[in-house]
Ligand binder design. Structure first.
Ligand SMILES: [Zn+2]
Length: 364
């Protein structure tokens, strides 16, 4: 089924009903403005998980799973507060409508194409899925959504079937202990006055038009790169990183930052963004790169100081995750300067971080 989309920018109307792009660099739930959303590359979290697993002898998958499960639970609770859904979520027979709504969320967020096979409220649900962006994280997404709806803990099982997957989620007595350590904490957001160029017809940011929603496949594709994107809760990476640092100590931080830096450098190369010949061109390239942050809900650069050939200072308001932003900025610096960066940062008030990037002295 094809959904209605804006005739000017091509973005499905559903996206504008789910989210609101704010003037402070965040994307929030249209009904609950305290709940954040972000866009990111579909394979970034799986890749980060793999890199950390390789770098350290420690099982990290459960941390990603539990963080995703709890973040989605909180996010879906917000979605279910809509006028109609609030009613349906309370009455068992109408919960079916909410499950149908979850299938809708799956294509709208580009996480999978999902159809309900069976659903028995209070016991289990079974869905046929195509193109889940990651098996482990997708299972966590569905478990979190059901936990929001049923207010009971769930567990999940995958079964491969004819090129697609069956996902079964069922009620269990309790969650693993780890889950309790990975709960979303409320966050203070800073006000801002950033206005992204918007579509004259639907009002969504015009730069979203490079994303193509393929609802049949349950995927969002960045047309410029042919790269799959997803729209996810704005909390999972932060919870994962906080737990990794708690468990493994600060030695894990450079692994996270390097993973994001390498990943972003590849993206910038794909997009053809690279260092300009002169200082003016470098400054412009940098500005282009920083504008990617608010479009995807990662926060906003409220101020920058850049001395080409030297130091870059960026004040980021409402950073989605301090380490991932550090990795991103390191890549931006490297693309503009052609040199590897040393990144340092400190809090500069609530919901704001000052990053300082200088040329790295160690060999790249
Ligand atoms: Zn539009």
């Amino acid at each position: 089924m094809k959904h209605r989309r804006c005739k000017t920018c091509g973005v499905p109307g559903q996206v504008g009903r789910l989210h609101r792009w704010m003037t402070n660099g965040t994307i929030v739930n249209a009904r609950m403005t305290g709940i954040r959303q972000v866009f990111m590359e579909a394979d970034f979290l799986p890749e980060l998980r793999e890199r950390i697993s390789e770098g350290l002898d420690f099982p990290v998958s459960p941390i990603f799973y539990e963080a995703e499960r709890n973040s989605v639970r909180v996010t879906v609770e917000a979605f279910l507060r809509g006028p109609l859904l609030r009613l349906t979520a309370r009455i068992p027979i109408f919960r079916r409508a909410a499950v149908h709504y979850f299938n809708n969320l799956a294509w709208a967020t580009g996480t999978a194409s999902s159809h309900t096979v069976a659903y028995h409220s209070g016991r289990y649900g079974l869905a046929l899925m195509r193109n889940p962006f990651d098996l482990d994280l997708m299972a966590a997404v569905v478990v979190g959504a059901f936990e929001a709806l049923e207010r009971k803990p769930f567990r999940s099982f995958w079964k491969k079937e004819d090129g697609a997957y069956l996902l079964r989620v069922e009620v269990i007595k309790e969650k693993p202990e780890l889950s309790g350590r990975l709960e979303v904490e409320s966050e203070v957001l800073k006000e801002g006055d950033l206005h992204l160029r918007s579509c004259p017809r639907c009002g969504l940011p015009l730069d979203l038009s490079h994303l193509e929603w393929r609802e049949e496949e349950g995927m969002i594709i960045d047309r410029r790169r042919g790269m799959r994107m997803i729209n996810l809760d704005g909390y999972t990476p932060r919870l994962v990183n906080r737990e990794l640092v708690r468990e493994l100590g600060e030695e894990v931080i450079p692994i996270i930052i390097d993973a994001k830096r390498d990943y972003t450098l590849k993206m910038l190369k794909d997009l053809g963004i690279r260092s300009g010949e002169d200082d003016k061109a470098r400054l412009e390239a940098l500005r282009d790169m920083l504008s990617l942050l608010p479009l995807y809900g990662w926060g906003m650069a409220s101020e920058t100081e850049y001395t080409p050939g030297g130091t870059l200072r960026v004040w980021v308001d409402n950073p989605f995750d301090e380490y991932l932003i550090a990795g991103r900025l390191a890549a931006f610096y490297e693309a503009a300067e052609g040199k590897r960066a040393r990144v340092e940062w400190r809090d500069s008030g609530p919901a704001s971080i000052t990053y300082v990037l200088t040329p790295s002295i160690s060999p790249a």
